[in-house]
Ligand binder design. Sequence first.
Ligand code: GDP
Length: 301
Amino acid sequence: MITVLSGGTGTPKLLQGLKEIVDPSDLTIIVNTLENDYFSGVYVSADIDTVLYTMADMINDEFWYGVKDDTFITHERLEELGCGELLRIGDIDRATKIQKTQLMQKYGLKKACEIQAENMGIKSKIIPMSEEQSDIKIITDMGELEFHDFLIKHQSEPKVLDLKFSKVSPAEGIIEAIKNSEAVIIGPSNPITSISPILSLEDVRDALKETYTIAVSPIIGSDAVSGPASKFMEALGVEVSSVGVASLYQDFLDNFVIDTQDSNLESQLNQIVNKVTITNTIMNSLDAKKNLAQIIIDSIP
Ligand code: GDP
């Protein structure tokens, strides 16, 4: 079994490649839940839904959010009724979220995801990192903001001064999944708001020390490929580079995959990581995703 730690953009791109070259039933995907919350009366677990849609070949991979070719009839009607939505939720996506909300209230988030994955014909295991509600605050030059207010309402524009999130307990089965895996892959996800929340769960770092762990850098040069990762890293005093990312994972990391554009960092990285793999990590086509996935799988001892 291979376990993947995922957020909602960079790692799902890699999952599109991985699921083509690995038997999906051999994959367990542990997904960030830091930003989960209720919006428009439904529970929104954006990263989980992105992973579900990715594995079911339904993802809108232009935005890495929602379902491809979705319609927005309900969203538009809500706007007409003067009931604007912070998140623009498509109709099919909303149906998923309504079902998840109901299942979650009855069985908890983990079981809800399991049922939905089965309904969508997904063979991989998709586990939320926690069943507990996280609390995240982004401290900016405009004051303290909720995550989605920062990301959507303010388009990630405010200067980030600090970021705080509450501690939650790991969902059942996560530690076992990591320990029983041949390898753990940390995809190129935001190291601060997607991967750190998973790493901060009790016993996760220790379990990773016992398992061969490969991470792909989401930073190329001195910026993220997309999204606000560099702003968050800077606010927390982490160097915005692959070296900065590696420093966050160095206590358990066995192999760090960086982009060819960063090959000049190899000797510096060799001082903090056992193995450095240099390849193209920009996943702008299915071939690029499969190639990167294959290089990662081939590197597992
Ligand atoms: P979020 O939940 O939407 O924030 O998404 P993730 O945390 O999964 O992913 C965001 C990170 O993915 C960003 O820091 C990007 O730099 C990184 N990313 C997106 N696409 C690529 C890519 O093609 N290659 C690499 N190396 N990183 C990527």
